[in-house]
Every structure is written in structure tokens, then in C-alpha cells.
Design a protein around this ligand. Structure first.
Ligand SMILES: CCCCCCCC/C=C\CCCCCCCCCCC/C=C/C(=O)SCCNC(=O)CCNC(=O)[C@H](O)C(C)(C)COP(=O)(O)OP(=O)(O)OC[C@H]1O[C@@H](n2cnc3c(N)ncnc32)[C@H](O)[C@@H]1OP(=O)(O)O
Ligand SMILES: Cc1cc2nc3c(=O)[nH]c(=O)nc-3n(C[C@H](O)[C@H](O)[C@H](O)COP(=O)(O)OP(=O)(O)OC[C@H]3O[C@@H](n4cnc5c(N)ncnc54)[C@H](O)[C@@H]3O)c2cc1C
Length: 627
């Protein structure tokens, strides 16, 4: 209810206005919402932040830069930089990606050379491809970067390390000497974020600015490793774990709220010719577009909660020096981020398109969501690269399963029990336990199939790296299958253990079954190819899905209302709680800058000669000219 936090009409703002407005809101919110003692907003504040996050800036500062200080800094470095960052007295970003490299980190070219005489690192981007490119908040806001660069001592390379580098003066905000920095220009989304470029030439930083939790350089240039170097990749694991809730589940829930509410209001066409026009939500085709996406929101939310818990438990173990869970967590976080962002971004577009012409209007709030979700498929690990990382782990586990009993998320790879499906009715295929088994079997077969193909190629003389490259599509499918079985399995467990009313549990169970069946029906080739289902059972799976659409239709609006988004957060003429779609669209359009005047002067200036000639012809004075 604080007018300072009420959304402005962002669609009618320029990019610079949106950048400034996001800055204003974020810093105002900081003052009002967050307890000064640090970064732990609790209760309604965190709920508000998580829901309004799209309109804040400094997300990289808050969601990546600060956590990196905690992960990579020594206690002294945390004590120095965390309080400054937590109170926004320094603004930072995570500068890793370069113009020439984003996915292949061993190809990064920015160099930090140790200068023993002065006990400093000299930072250089040796060529244009080494320039840092993309980091959020870097173009105009950040005055520090957590720079990921190749450490070099006496000509020897030690790999990527994290360095704290100040890039702007804390008083004037001007770039420091040797620093060329700016905004990378317009993008598909994140209009309010100043993703930036950063060119560093002979920038000197103190030896103490190497974040030294995992390794350090002594004054004489001696290099000391202090832990599992793969922890250097730890920030990316954490962001992948966190972004699922914030950037996939939340936006998809908003898109579904808008599309389902609009579909309950929008009347178009007839089902029974003798009756009146129906709400488009009564069309099974519309239900088939919307309700599986609503189910995805819940299942991704449940699976993400499990992943966050796993990351939390892992972090506690790492503090005790035990990093044994890292390979599984890396594979799962990489796979979940890739597969759920792929599903979420596709799902947001499906529900946008289901709103017809008004879904194409920015007044619906949907284009903003769709475009922003598309970025989740690229940042924090491009999806293909992430799926291949997940597959790399699965192939290793499949080999190990031949001699060991596996545990954790890959346990099913060593399950050699009879997994054939005995379903005779579509009701059998709505059973959670049957759906879990089907997904486990499909995943196991997909992993084994990819592995076998590669083994056969290698046996026939193909080098392992070529076999890997040629089977990449099968490996990606195996990663997707693995994640789907994880999402279905964790959701079934989560719902079964949830203490809630029987009616709510029934709805959640139906949504889980709908998610699983939609996945089966969208990938039935795999389920038949791997002998999980017969062709007749595939027909039953379709019947089972359609039956669930019918059962869930009456509760569709109530289910999305339970996401509890305010109109101000949704920013949608189609999804407002009161359902006054047409009045809101007209009011919104009238506010467009184009409608500030009845006659648009610039266009009239160009049109005037033609209009006057047309007037003359119509009034009999002129002749019909050929344009
Ligand atoms: C009022 C105030 C309001 C403020 C805001 C509100 C409050 C907000 C608060 C909180 C919100 C937080 C929510 C977060 C939301 C985020 C929003 C979106 C932000 C977007 C930001 C984007 C940032 C970026 O994009 S950063 C850059 C990301 N880049 C990447 O991910 C690069 C991907 N590439 C790689 O990781 C690597 O190159 C590679 C893994 C592909 C290959 O690496 P390589 O060394 O070549 O390794 P490889 O040979 O393949 O494997 C070697 C072994 O290493 C293992 N391994 C690889 N990676 C990892 C890892 N990450 N962890 C562990 N182990 C790893 C791999 O498995 C191999 O092991 P093996 O045993 O040899 O098989
Ligand atoms: C909105 C947004 C915000 C971002 N924020 C940040 C940030 O704050 N900090 C930061 O450091 N970076 C940031 N990034 C950069 C982001 O991390 C990179 O864009 C991402 O890692 C992908 O790398 P790339 O752009 O080099 O793509 P590439 O790796 O060049 O990908 C291009 C194509 O090559 C394919 N490909 C690449 N490698 C392989 C492989 N091994 N096998 C098969 N196919 C492959 C990919 O699948 C893709 O199809 C951001 C990007 C975006 C879009």
C-alpha cells in the first residue's frame, strides 16, 4: 500500500526511465523493507521481494556478488567486504563471461599477473574477446566486480580465480584509470538491468584482493591450494539452485494466473450451437494448453525445494571439509536449471499464445514474462552445456551401477527389478507410484541407450571425444529423462508427506499426475521405444490426461488464485482479480504516450501533403494522382 512501491506503467517508459525507476524502487525498498542488520529479509518482506523481484535491480549484487564473497572469501575478507556490500555501500557484480567465451571457462582470456615487487596483481584484457561482457548491474551501477580471471605467476597459469576489483570512484562514480565500462545496449528483456561491458588495461589491485578461501598467493609469489578447486565453480551451482524458484517457478505462476483468469472471462464461440458463447477455458484444447503449465508450477516448486534443501545440507558438509556430494549436486542443479527453464520458458509462451491477440499486448503482462524467462535458458550455464554436464555424470554412474548399488538421485540406475507396466485402465495410469516407476524406467533406459551407443562407437575405433560429440542429442535426452524422473519422484514424495486437507491433497495429487502424464504423452516415443508402455497403454495415458483436465477445470481459477499475486505485482489487464479485462485494456491503452495528443504531430507532418491532396480530390478540385 506504499505509493512509492506502486508500479509505474513500465511498458510506456523508455529503457533509461525503467533503469532509473528500478534503481529508485530497489533503494527505497532497501530502506523500508530490509532490516539494516543484513541480508535476511524474513516473513512478508521476503515474500514481497521474491514476488516483486522482476522490478528490482541489483539482483546480481544481491543474488550472486554477495554470496560469492561468502563462498570465496577468507574470514578477514568477508569481514571487510560483506558489511559494505550488504548495506549497498559498495555495489558489485559477478564478472566472468567475456565477449569471446561464456560456456567454456577454460577459454577465458582476462589475465591477473602477480607483481612480486609491489605485491599486486596486474589485470589485463589482452584482446577484445577478453573484455567482460554481459554481467548484470555492471554497465552503470556497480563500482566493484568479482572478476574471474586466469591467475599467472612467473609465466605459469593457475586457472580461473576470483579477484575483487574496484572499477568506479566511490565519490564521483567515474571509471577508474585503466577501466573502460558501459552498458551493452538493448536486449530481449531485463530492460531495467544495465548488463555491461568491462575492458581492463593494466589495472593494479593489492595481493589481498585475491579471494583466498580456496587458494592464496604468498608475498613471495608462492601459490597455495587450500581445498577442492571445483568449489571455485560453487557460485554457479548456488545460483542455478536459487534461480529455479525466483526466475522459473514464480514467473510461470504469474503467467498461468493471467492466462487462466483471462480464459475464464473471455467468451468466444460455441460448443453447443444451441447455447450461448462459452468461456474459452471450457474448450479442452485450451485446458490442454493451460493446466499442464499450472501443474508444472507446482512440480517445479516442490522439486526446487528439495534441491535447495540438498544444497543447504551440502553446504554444511563443505564447511566440515566434505565435498563428496558436489558431483551429484552439480549434475542435478545443472540438469534442473536447464530442463525446468526449457519447460518454463516454453510453458509461458504456450499460455501467452492461449490469450490470443490480447496476449500479444504488453498490457497483458505476458510478453514481459515470456521474454524474461527466455534468458533463463542461457544465463548461469547455457542449457545444452548444462544438460551435457548432467549427462556426463549419468554415464559415469551407469558404468558404476554395474558393480555398485547406487544411492541419491541416480539410485534407479542400479534398480534391476521388473519395471514392466501392468496398467489396464486409464485410472491405473493416474496412480502416482505407477507414474514414478514409468519415469524411472524411461530414464534408466535413456541413459543406458546413450552409453551403449557410445561404447559401440569406441569399440569400432571412434575416439571417445568424437563418440561423445556424435551422441550429444541422446545424452541431452538422457539428462532430460533423469530430471523428469527426479521432478515426478520428489513431487510424489513431497505431496504424500504434506500435512494438509484431503481436498487439497487430492488437487495436488491430480496436478502431479497431470504433469507426469503430460510429460509421458509429450515423449511417448521414448516410453514405447524403451518398452515402458505398449501402444495401447499410450492411448490410456492420453485418456488419463484428458480425464484430469476435466476433473481440474472447475478448480482452475481457484488454483491460480492460490498463488496469491496482487494486481500490482501481476501488472496485467487480463489477469486482474476483478476480471474487468476490457475496461482495463482500454484504460491502459489510453495512457500510451502515443495518445498524449489527438493528432500525432510528427506523423501528421509527413502525411499532410497526401491528406490535403486527397481532400481536394474528394471535394472535386484536384485530380486522381498515381502515388
Ligand atoms: C530490496 C533489494 C532487492 C534486491 C533483489 C531482491 C533480493 C534477491 C535475493 C536473492 C535472489 C537470488 C535468486 C537468484 C536469481 C538470479 C537471477 C538471474 C541472474 C542471472 C545472472 C547470470 C549470471 C551468469 O550467467 S554467471 C556466468 C555463468 N556461466 C556459466 O555457467 C559457465 C558454464 N560453464 C562451466 O561451468 C564450465 O565451463 C563447464 C562445466 C561447462 C566445463 O568446465 P571444465 O572445467 O571445462 O570442466 P569439464 O572438463 O567439463 O569438467 C571437469 C570436472 O569438473 C566438474 N564440474 C564442472 N562444473 C562444476 C561445478 N559447477 N561444480 C562442481 N563440479 C563441476 C565436472 O563435473 C567434471 O568432473 P569429472 O569428475 O571430471 O566428471
Ligand atoms: C540476461 C543475461 C544475464 C547474464 N548475466 C551474467 C552475469 O551477471 N555474469 C556473467 O559472467 N555472465 C552473465 N551472462 C552471460 C551468460 O552466462 C552466458 O551468455 C552463458 O554462459 C552462455 O555462454 P555464451 O553466451 O558464450 O554462449 P556459447 O557458449 O557461445 O553458446 C552458443 C551455442 O554454442 C553451444 N555450445 C557451446 N558449448 C558447447 C558444448 N561444449 N557442447 C555443445 N554445444 C555447445 C551452446 O549450446 C549454444 O547453442 C548473462 C547472460 C544473459 C543472457
Amino acid at each position: 500500500n506504499d505509493t512509492s512501491m506502486q508500479h509505474r506503467n513500465l511498458n510506456h517508459m523508455t529503457r533509461e526511465e525503467r533503469f532509473s525507476e528500478a534503481m529508485r524502487r530497489t533503494l527505497y525498498a532497501l530502506k523500508v523493507l530490509l532490516p539494516r542488520e543484513g541480508w535476511t529479509p524474513v516473513g512478508p518482506e521476503m515474500k514481497y521481494l521474491a514476488r516483486a523481484i522482476k522490478e528490482f535491480t541489483f539482483i546480481i549484487h544481491a543474488g550472486v556478488f554477495i554470496p560469492c564473497i561468502m563462498s570465496y572469501g577468507t574470514n578477514e575478507q568477508i569481514a571487510k567486504w560483506f558489511p559494505l556490500a550488504a548495506d549497498f555501500r559498495i555495489i558489485g557484480t559477478y564478472a566472468q563471461t567475456e565477449l569471446g567465451h561464456g560456456s567454456f571457462l577454460r577459454g577465458l582470456e582476462t589475465i591477473a599477473t602477480y607483481d612480486r615487487a609491489n605485491q599486486e596483481f596486474i589485470i589485463n584484457c589482452p584482446k577484445i574477446t577478453a573484455m567482460k561482457w554481459w554481467p548484470g548491474d555492471m554497465g552503470k551501477s556497480a563500482n566493484h566486480v568479482l572478476l574471474m580471471a586466469e591467475l599467472v605467476i612467473d609465466g605459469k597459469k593457475y586457472g580461473m580465480h576470483g579477484f575483487m576489483v574496484q572499477i568506479r570512484d566511490l565519490t564521483t562514480h567515474e571509471p577508474l584509470p585503466g577501466v573502460t565500462v558501459g552498458d551493452i545496449g538493448a536486449k530481449l528483456s531485463f530492460e531495467s538491468v544495465d548488463n555491461g561491458f568491462l575492458y581492463l588495461q593494466n589495472v593494479r589491485i593489492p595481493r589481498e584482493n585475491l579471494l583466498s578461501k580456496l587458494s592464496e598467493v604468498h608475498p613471495d609469489g608462492t601459490y597455495i591450494k587450500k581445498g577442492n578447486q571445483r568449489l571455485m565453480y560453487g557460485s554457479m551451482v548456488r545460483v542455478r539452485v536459487n534461480l529455479i524458484a525466483h526466475e522459473i517457478v514464480m514467473p510461470l505462476a504469474k503467467a498461468c494466473t493471467i492466462a487462466v483468469r483471462y480464459s475464464a472471462v473471455r467468451r468466444q464461440g460455441l460448443i453447443n450451437p444451441s447455447k450461448e458463447e462459452v468461456p474459452v477455458l471450457d474448450y479442452v484444447a485450451q485446458q490442454h494448453k493451460l493446466l499442464p503449465q499450472v501443474a508444472t508450477v507446482f512440480m517445479a516448486h516442490f522439486a526446487a525445494k528439495q534441491l535447495v534443501k540438498m544444497h543447504h545440507d551440502y553446504s554444511l558438509e563443505v564447511e566440515k571439509g566434505n565435498t563428496s556430494q558436489l558431483p551429484e549436486l552439480h549434475a542435478l542443479s545443472a540438469g534442473m536449471k536447464a530442463c525446468l527453464s526449457e519447460q518454463g520458458a516454453a510453458g509461458a509462451e504456450i499460455v501467452r499464445r492461449a490469450c490470443g491477440g490480447h496476449g500479444y499486448s504488453c498490457g497483458s503482462g505476458l510478453p514481459f514474462i515470456v521474454n524474461r524467462m527466455l534468458a533463463t535458458c542461457t544465463y548461469e550455464g547455457e542449457n545444452t552445456v548444462m544438460q551435457l554436464q548432467c549427462a556426463r555424470y549419468l554415464i559415469k554412474c551407469a558404468d558404476q551401477a554395474k558393480k555398485d548399488k547406487l544411492t541419491g538421485s541416480v539410485w534407479y540406475l542400479s534398480d534391476f527389478s521388473n519395471m514392466s507396466c501392468t496398467a489396464q485402465t486409464f485410472g491405473d495410469l493416474q496412480e502416482p507410484s505407477v507414474l514414478v516407476k514409468l519415469h524411472e524406467r524411461r530414464a534408466k533406459c535413456a541413459v543406458q541407450h546413450a552409453g551403449k551407443k557410445m561404447q559401440n562407437m569406441v569399440k569400432n575405433g571412434t575416439p571417445a571425444h568424437d563418440a561423445w560429440n556424435m551422441m550429444a542429442t541422446l545424452l541431452i535426452n538422457a539428462a532430460r529423462a533423469h530430471i523428469m524422473q527426479y521432478v515426478v519422484g520428489t513431487s510424489v514424495t513431497y505431496i504424500s508427506e504434506l500435512s494438509c486437507s484431503a481436498s487439497l491433497k487430492k488437487i495436488l495429487t491430480q496436478l502431479c499426475a497431470l504433469y507426469a502424464l503430460h510429460n509421458i504423452n509429450s515423449n511417448c516415443g521414448d516410453f514405447v521405444k524403451f518398452g515402458c508402455l505398449t501402444s495401447a497403454q499410450c492411448d490410456l495415458a492420453q485418456e488419463a490426461e484428458f480425464n484430469l483436465l476435466k476433473q481440474l477445470r472447475p478448480d482452475a481459477v481457484g488454483i491460480v488464485d492460490s498463488f496469491d499475486f496482487t494486481d500490482d505485482i501481476l501488472q496485467s489487464c487480463l489477469g486482474a482479480y476483478d476480471g474487468n479485462v476490457y475496461e482495463r485494456l482500454f484504460e491502459w491503452a489510453k495512457q500510451a504516450p502515443m495518445n498524449k495528443t489527438e493528432v500525432h504531430q510528427d506523423s501528421y507532418q509527413y502525411l499532410q501533403p497526401y491528406l490535403h491532396e486527397g481532400r481536394d480530390v474528394l471535394e472535386g478540385r484536384g485530380r486522381n494522382s498515381k502515388l
